[in-house]
Design a protein around this ligand. Structure first.
Ligand SMILES: Nc1nc2c(ncn2[C@@H]2O[C@H](COP(=O)(O)OP(=O)(O)O)[C@@H](O)[C@H]2O)c(=O)[nH]1
Ligand SMILES: [Mg+2]
Length: 306
């Protein structure tokens, strides 16, 4: 076993193995992770963390692959984190993603990794944030987090990324109708992909109208994998968001920090409560006594919620 100190040293030297190892630890909610991130904190905050979400098959991975090429052409480093809420048995989708991204496998400035829940759904979006911060501290300029879903998706990364890009397809027109205004809160940038297909213009217009009526300013762009200038335009829009919305992004990062802290505390308190309950119900006949003793150990206001 590598010690935490050694792991950090290797990480700071830029060893990919140390990064991978730390990511696995974050994915598994390893209790050493907060101490490690705490020591890396001064290195965190330089990367642009971009969430790309949308229905399965919308072309998210294809588009991300094209973004990766453009980012590499600017000599910037980029990481892609694919979040898979159903793994380990749904290899399919991620396998497809891997094939689309495999041309970058020999480029050490492109980092590709998938995260899965392994049954622990709760912390996955937080894990995705922590993994993004690890990659950020490692020196990557962009972190692109791909998740599946629209609306109430299982893994909601919106709260933990800097900017959310929603990828839709022309066939999704009815979906917009069912979600109505709900869709507006989902994203900062709307991309109607597969614009080589019929109906793209209509859906772009519909989205623009809805945004206009709601008084929300957000870019709506059509794009497709065969049109380099449209793809470039989409990435430029993302970069523009970072330049324009510095205050909003600062607030979002502050909020992410709060989410991370709350999630860890909740997890630790739950663990402690479970341990306390199982140990003490064995030794006490009176269940209320177990609770009263817990209350004495952690007086109100110190641990117990209001
Ligand atoms: N016609 C068309 N097909 C596309 C486009 N982009 C991606 N696809 C196809 O859509 C399918 C799903 O793409 P993928 O990137 O895996 O979607 P994801 O599930 O959202 O990541 C693949 O067969 C792609 O080749 C596009 O711009 N136009
Ligand atoms: Mg995909």
């Amino acid at each position: 076993m590598t010690s935490q100190k050694q792991l950090l040293e290797d990480f700071k030297k830029g060893e990919m193995r140390a990064l991978s190892r730390l990511i696995s630890m974050a994915e598994n909610r390893d209790p050493e992770v907060p101490a490690i991130l705490s020591q890396l904190f001064s290195e965190i905050g330089k990367a642009k963390i971009i969430g790309v979400t949308g229905p399965p098959g919308a072309g998210k991975s294809t588009l991300i692959n094209l973004f990766v090429k453009l980012i590499r052409a600017q000599k910037k480093r980029v990481a892609v984190i694919a979040v898979d809420p159903v793994s380990p048995f749904s290899g399919g989708a991620l396998l497809g993603d891997r094939i689309r991204l495999q041309e970058h496998f020999n480029d050490s400035d492109v980092f590709i990794r998938s995260l899965s829940t392994r049954g622990k759904l709760g912390g996955l979006s937080i894990a995705a944030r922590e993994v993004s911060e690890l990659v950020d501290a490692f020196g990557f300029d962009y972190v692109i987090v791909e998740t599946v879903g629209v609306g109430q998706s299982e893994v909601d990364i919106r709260k933990v990324v800097d900017v959310t890009v929603l990828v839709l397809v022309p066939e999704w027109g009815d979906g917009i109708q069912t979600l109505k205004s709900g869709i507006l809160e989902i994203a900062d940038i709307f991309i109607v992909n597969k614009s080589d297909r019929e109906g793209a213009d209509r859906i772009v217009l519909e989205l623009k109208n809805m945004l206009h009526m709601a008084g929300k300013e957000a870019a709506v762009l059509a794009t497709n994998q065969n049109d380099k200038s449209l793809v470039e335009r989409s990435l430029t829009e993302v970069d523009h968001f970072f330049k324009k919305e510095t205050e909003l992004i600062r607030k979002r990062r502050e909020h992410s920090r709060l989410e991370i802290v709350e999630e860890w505390l909740r997890m630790m308190i739950t663990e402690e409560a479970n341990r306390w309950a199982s140990e003490n119900t064995r030794t006490h006949k009176n269940p209320y006594e177990v609770i009263v003793e817990f209350q004495k150990k952690y007086p109100k206001g110190k641990l117990l919620p209001k």
